[in-house]
Write a protein that binds this ligand. Sequence first.
Ligand code: ZN
Length: 228
Amino acid sequence: MLKNLLKLLFPDICYGCGSLLIKNERVICTACRHTLPRTYHHQSPEQNEIHKKFYGLLPLEFSCSFLYFTHKNNVKELIHNLKYRNKTAIGKELGMIYSSDIRKVIEKYHVDCIVPVPLHPKRLKERGYNQIETFAKTIAETCKVDYNPTILYRKTYSKTQTKKNKESRQMDKRNVFAVQYNKENEGKHYLLIDDVLTTGATLESCGNALLEIPNTKISILTIAYTLS
Ligand SMILES: [Zn+2]
């Protein structure tokens, strides 16, 4: 009874377009699901625009983004809701939708473990959650690979480091991630997952940190890719 009343007062809306969800729809409405601007990178995981972007920067096995991010499409609203409004169900939902496409790629390339790009501890404290977690976990669960959110972490800065001049801080930006690993983590294929790929600097830095683990292979997956 109370549940019905609450539903009447606060009906479920689509996090992509804001329209009312009807029976059997959840999180993202049918219209938005059908119009998601897919990249289809999974059909050519070594021959696509983002794989080429990292060419010469990071030795990647494969690279895929699920969707295109533009200021006109529903992806912007979905990512915004996921990132800033605590709507973590979006990550799970997108993960479920994408897993049917990406499963074959993950199997073919023998991915062992999924690693989410970590948030800075200060940001994590403010936000209370890492926005990429539900998406990354859902991909790991549905594709039956390990999930490791602790192997990669962001270094925290000391006061002396923050005093450095702009140029050297810029240099530090490339080196903000580090790994903590043991023998068991060696010789694996890690799939790094992030929300939006723009310049690729964060993923490059994460990838370089993971490559410090002996005999490691890495690949990249993001929910969205910003068209420049
Ligand atoms: Zn919608």
